[in-house]
Ligand binder design. Structure first.
Ligand code: G6Q
Length: 544
């Protein structure tokens, strides 16, 4: 029997769409007042409400059947076993091992994974404690500022988590520099004292152009300020490439290793988390790992129909492939999660923004949607117009903490009310009759009300998930992030793409290396076309 493919299920799912297309979610709630109970799950201190989706029991079961037929469970088990799931790079994807979620005997290249992780974690704990306690001294004494220099996966995770866990950051002040745009580095350099700063160069390869340029500039700046002989102690490195970290002048004792089986965008849990660990302390970092482990266990053990990341993934696929939604909004009503949409953008779009399947053939269906978002309520005053009245609906994830850290009661109630109101408004909408009645009650003539009404109608029936959690603590953050990682995994497995490579970022890098000399010299003769040539010329002119 030939293996089943995702496209084999599209017809079945489309039949469910046809059946549901004229049924509203509001009608489904009316027909089943207990709908929430049937379409929600709890994990630890987190509630996942997916009842405001355009599904009924039959379509939900069809999605689950599809996941089961496409052997999601065995693909998941292969990842947890350390099989080569990243086939184009011939690597395992063992980020789950970083939170202790794989068996103790998993080996890669003859080396025990759990032992390797444990030994680096121990060194990270020791180093971060010494830095936090002020026992690691540099030119000006103890470390007061830590600057993480990295980009992509070596930046987004720790920067997002440091912001999310800011109330727990009781160590040196954390800064993050990623962009090759000098504005990024210079604004940080302008705010720190070189004598009391530790730079952490976070780069798996230690060859990434932006990171190395920022690292070299920081090194020069330090040498000018503390003397070349003192520079070394102001640096630590997080990398798989120890020969280059040595060449840069960083002692092995301050080089924290990770491995090629940790993908960049999955690396927060590895040595890449060192800056965060210095900020929040090793115990809280452990709590974050333990939250992620709880999500791992849930993903690995719960049946598909009770499995939060599986359901998140299937709903995403339902909207992407059956309802043609090309975007997905991440709406944290938790200001500290402001970096989450950006982190998820990379996670989803780099993992699953692919059009070639795992066997090298073009896919004949859509894959990852565009992910975007802003913290509530800021987004409400910007792009929610489109969410409520745009021509296509955008599936949304709302995230809400019941308790805020350092809470201001009135603010928290207003924030939470807005969050619940938005998902309700998206679902319920407002019909023309109601709009007219409201306008007339407000003193408008019936004719005026009728002509204005179409602009004020909300079609409603727009789906969303809500993730409600007790409080944004390290453990909760770990759980939320790992749930989303597994969601991306399941989507990639169903779309049959390799979620762990990112060849799509290479071409631009190659061309930048070709173009940079022309920009420096102002000679456009090598430019590939008239657009690039003229832009090089105009650029040179503006710089005269
Ligand atoms: C993520 C990608 C990418 C990577 C950066 C930084 O999954 O691989 O975002 O993290 O390009 O790479 P280095 O850590 O090697 O500098």
């Amino acid at each position: 029997m030939t293996a089943q493919r995702f496209s084999d299920f599209l017809n079945v799912l489309n039949v469910h769409r046809e059946r549901l297309v004229s049924t509203t979610m509001a009608e489904m709630f009316d027909a089943n007042p207990d709908r929430f109970l049937g379409f929600s799950l709890c994990l630890d201190s987190l509630v996942f409400d997916y009842s405001k989706n355009r599904i009924d029991r039959n379509s939900f079961e069809a999605l689950i059947d599809m996941a089961r037929s496409l052997e999601i469970e065995s693909l998941r088990d292969a990842m947890f076993r350390g099989d080569i799931v990243n086939t184009t790079e011939n690597r395992a994807a063992l980020h789950v091992a970083l939170r202790g979620s794989v068996s103790q005997d998993v080996e890669v290249d003859g080396k025990n994974v759990a032992e390797a992780i444990d030994s680096v974690l121990k060194r990270m704990r020791k180093f971060s404690s010494v830095v936090r306690n002020g026992f690691y001294t540099v030119t000006g004494g103890k470390i007061l500022d830590v600057v993480n220099i990295g980009i992509g996966g070596s930046h987004t995770g720790p920067a997002m988590a440091a912001r999310a866990l800011d109330p727990f950051c009781d160590g040196p002040k954390l800064h993050f520099v990623s962009n090759v745009d000098g504005a990024d580095l210079s604004s940080v350099l302008g705010s720190i004292n070189p004598q009391t700063t530790l730079f952490i160069i976070a780069s798996k390869t230690f060859t990434t152009a932006e990171t190395m340029m920022n690292a070299n500039t920081a090194r020069k700046w330090l040498a000018e300020n503390v003397g070349e002989e003192n520079v070394g102690k102001h640096f630590a490195a997080l990398s798989t490439n120890q020969s280059d970290t040595r060449k840069f002048g960083i002692d092995d004792e301050r080089c924290f290793e990770f491995w090629d089986w940790v993908g960049g965008r999955y690396s927060l849990w590895s040595a890449i988390g060192l800056s965060l660990m210095i900020g929040i302390g090793p115990d809280r970092f452990d709590e974050m790992l333990s939250g992620a482990k709880t999500a791992d266990r849930h993903f690995a053990e719960e049946p598909l129909e009770k499995n939060i990341p599986v359901i998140m993934a299937l709903l995403g696929i339902w909207y992407r492939n059956i309802w043609n939604c090309s975007s997905h909004a991440i709406l944290p009503y938790d200001h500290r999660l402001a970096g989450l949409p950006c982190w998820l953008q990379q996670l989803d779009m780099e993992s699953n923004g692919k059009s070639i399947d795992r066997s090298g053939n073009p896919v004949d269906y859509d894959t990852a949607p565009v992910v975007f978002g802003e913290p509530g309520t800021n987004g409400q005053h910007a792009f929610y117009q489109l969410l409520h009245q745009g021509t296509n609906f955008v599936p949304c994830d709302f995230l809400l903490a019941a308790n805020a850290q350092g809470e201001m009661f009135e603010h928290q109630m207003a924030l939470a009310a807005n969050c619940l109101a938005q998902s309700e408004a998206l679902m319920r909408g407002k019909d023309e009759e109601t709009v007219i009645a409201e306008l007339v009650a407000g003193g408008m003539s019936k004719d005026q009300a009728k002509s204005l009404a179409p602009h004020k109608v909300f079609s409603g029936n727009r789906p969303s998930n809500t993730i409600l959690y007790e409080r944004l603590e390290p453990r909760t953050l770990g759980m939320i992030l790992a749930l989303y990682e597994h969601k991306a995994f399941v989507q990639g497995a169903i779309w049959n793409v390799n979620s762990f490579d990112q060849w799509g970022v290479e071409l631009g890098k190659q061309l930048a290396a070709d173009i940079e000399p022309s920009l420096k010299s102002g000679d456009d003769s090598e430019a590939a076309n008239s657009s690039t040539a003229c832009l090089i010329r105009a650029f040179a002119k503006f710089r005269e």
